[in-house]
Design a protein around this ligand. Structure first.
Ligand code: SAH
Length: 230
């Protein structure tokens, strides 16, 4: 009951900030309380990021809604997510893609396994969770899985990763936090015939993207290594 009331309140607040009805409907449908650890379930509908273990976080609902909206989905696009984490953003995207499929990659095996099994149990059957390789995304797959019409990166990158812009179709959108470890600009990059057109959507704070095109030498699995509120 308490959770239901908190969810209503959160959706009212998102409704004042997010224009996309499809995004708001997806946020209303997905049970975020099942994607957070049991001990923080009572906080599931506060508009905050929460720890999911392994030094990682489930993003703040407002940020999830804004990033999803910025992907400009109609429902039939090929979409890639980098950073499955809890699987919550993937569940939202699953509902946004009734006629298509999402590939989501995660570098921490235990998180990938947990998200895969939860998404399957809850019936989000158009999502495939893959363990991340050396290079961002799934370039080894080639067509027909890539290029992608939309790519969402839910971890902070120091720059726009060429390994991802090269996996974007013409007209495709990449939504990614870019900046330092402490603070990033949420960025929408659209691939056009002439190159990339860039829009900034606001500041945010995410856990770091690790590996090629990410932040080297940061170990987010070390307890207390990083605090994040995105
Ligand atoms: N979208 C998630 C939030 C994830 S937090 C959710 O809805 O819960 C960011 C995630 O990115 C972490 O789980 C982290 O392990 C993962 N990550 C970091 N670097 C990565 C990389 N190079 N490839 C794939 N995942 C990565």
């Amino acid at each position: 009951m308490e959770l239901a009331r908190a969810k209503k309140k959160l959706l009212r607040s998102l409704g004042r900030q997010i224009a996309s009805g499809a995004v708001l409907r997806a946020m209303a449908e997905v049970p975020r309380e099942l994607f957070v650890p049991i001990e923080s379930r009572h906080l599931a509908y506060e508009d905050v990021a929460l720890s999911i273990g392994e030094g990682q976080t489930i993003s703040q609902p407002y940020i999830v809604a804004m990033m999803t909206q910025a992907l400009e989905l109609r429902g039939n696009e090929r979409v890639l997510e980098i950073g499955t984490g809890s699987g919550y953003q993937a569940a939202i995207l699953s509902l946004m893609l009734p006629d298509s499929h999402l590939i989501s990659t995660e570098r921490v095996p235990v998180l990938a396994e947990r998200a895969r099994s939860l998404l399957q149990t809850l019936g989000y059957s158009n999502v495939t969770v893959e363990l991340a390789g050396e290079t961002l995304g799934v370039p080894h797959h080639g067509p027909p899985r890539g290029p992608f019409d939309a790519i969402i990166v839910t971890a902070a990158a120091p720059n726009l990763p060429p390994s991802l812009t090269s996996q974007l179709a013409i007209g495709g959108r990449l939504v990614i936090p870019i900046g330092s470890l402490d603070r990033q600009e949420l960025t929408q990059a659209r691939r056009t015939d002439e190159g990339l057109s860039i829009h900034w959507l606001g500041t945010c704070r995410f856990v770091p993207l690790i590996g090629n095109d990410g932040f080297g030498g940061v170990d987010p699995t070390r307890p207390g290594a990083l605090e994040s509120d995105a």
